[in-house]
Design a protein around this ligand. Structure first.
Ligand code: SF4
Length: 397
């Protein structure tokens, strides 16, 4: 029987005997990283990209300085955290393999999750301290019944410029017109495959068509760009990179290829990781006129335009070339825990002091102390896989 990409991927999922010290694997990623420091090498396309200085290893000096930011949001490296991601729920209508273990995850009892009022009080505190962008995540944020109201309240916070959402798109289509009216102005829709059977395999649910409809209705409603998040996994969807790029030809879609990251229960395996350099190489070989866009210092993605395409292509290189030096993000989880780094295991509860009746000054002290403890960067790809963290569905990405 000939191996198929899907069969190979399934085999990898079951593979637990990883040898992280394997010289070949290490050198693959080392070369990918070296290639991205400075000019991308001729092996990719010497003419393709202007000189880019990686943000890796340099802290904060290029980051924009916000004058009206409170000390609470500034860490010991001078990074100003103006971006808050709020997970609205731990529940989801899909069961993606990279997001949660097959047996599911233990859900926090409802009474221990933040109420709408608690979310709004904390969001107000962050925005009045200098946060100007909030992203709603989950679980799946659109399954929360009060999602429209939450969007309306958040979008009216003075000082908030961007209200974004990351969604799987399953129920988004019918809610989107109202969400747009309520102030949702940036949208990321997750989609890892353009093949319905693979979608069903990966998400353990049906719904591919509905996600495609949501993407199209977001375009029709004028979201520009509509961001499509695609986690690339070797043997599963790495053969679809060109097909995804094709989505950008006639529509203002920004396809974002994300390196596969380790989280508890997702059976991360270095063999499944397709490094940025390799993904870019495939795009360059398939399409002409691929040009790097000058990125903002806090930008997590490496962005490219392609001649003749309405949309753009980006890469999120968390594993082979992290962007911690320009990190400006903080996370509030659905249970009220506050997390200063996606990959840092430490969390502090804001729900408990909130419910014990503390005033804003006390909350500011707790938040500020956690931000000051933030580390310069994550532990590195090989150590991350061994560091305990929550499943992605709890953190919200
Ligand atoms: S790993 Fe942590 S420090 Fe690095 S970019 Fe992500 S959240 Fe920021």
């Amino acid at each position: 029987m000939r191996p198929t990409p899907l069969r190979n991927f399934f085999w990898h999922l079951g593979s637990k005997n990883l040898n992280f010290a394997n010289g070949k694997v290490r050198s693959l990623f080392q070369s990918a990283t070296v290639e991205r420091q400075g000019v991308v090498s001729d092996a990719v396309d010497g003419s393709l990209i202007e000189e880019q200085t990686s943000s890796c290893g340099r802290l904060s000096e290029d980051m924009p300085k916000h004058s009206n930011i409170s000390d609470m949001l500034v860490d010991s490296f001078g990074r100003q955290h103006t971006y808050l991601r709020i997970s609205l729920t731990e529940r989801c209508n899909l069961r993606c393999q990279y997001c949660m273990p097959a047996e599911g995850v233990e859900l926090t009892p409802n009474s221990n999750l933040l109420s709408q009022n608690e979310i709004l009080r904390l969001a107000n505190l962050f925005v009045s301290s200098g946060v100007n962008k909030i992203r709603l995540t989950g679980g799946e944020p659109t399954i929360r019944k009060d999602i429209e109201d939450i969007c309306l309240q958040l979008s009216s916070l003075k000082g908030l410029k961007t209200l974004a959402m990351t969604t799987n798109g399953i129920t988004l289509g019918r809610k989107l017109p109202k969400l747009k009216e309520c102030g949702l102005n940036l949208l990321n829709i997750s989609l890892d495959t353009l093949v319905p059977a693979k979608f069903e395999f990966m998400t353990r649910r049906k719904g591919h068509e509905r996600v495609m409809e949501s993407i199209n209705s977001a375009v029709d409603l004028g979201y520009n760009p509509v961001k499509v998040n695609c986690v690339v996994m070797r043997g599963f969807n790495d053969d679809e990179i060109s097909d995804f790029v094709e989505l950008t030809r006639d529509k203002p879609i920004n396809v974002r290829f994300i390196e596969f990251m380790p989280f508890d229960g997702n059976v991360w395996n270095v063999k499944k990781l397709v490094p940025y350099a390799e993904m870019l190489d495939r795009v360059v070989k398939q399409f002409t006129g691929v040009q790097r866009i000058q990125d903002h210092p806090t930008e997590t993605a490496k962005n490219f335009r392609i001649e003749g395409h309405q949309g753009t292509v980006s890469f999120i290189t968390s594993m082979t070339e992290h962007f911690c030096a320009g990190c400006n993000r903080l996370r509030l989880l659905a249970d009220g825990n506050f997390k200063v780094c996606l990959f840092g295991p430490s969390e502090v509860s804001l729900r408990d002091p909130l419910r014990s009746g503390v005033d804003d000054n006390e909350l500011i002290k707790i938040i500020g102390a956690a931000v000051k403890r933030k580390k310069a960067s994550h532990a590195g790809m090989f150590d991350l896989a061994k560091t305990p963290n929550r499943p992605m569905i709890h953190i919200g990405g």
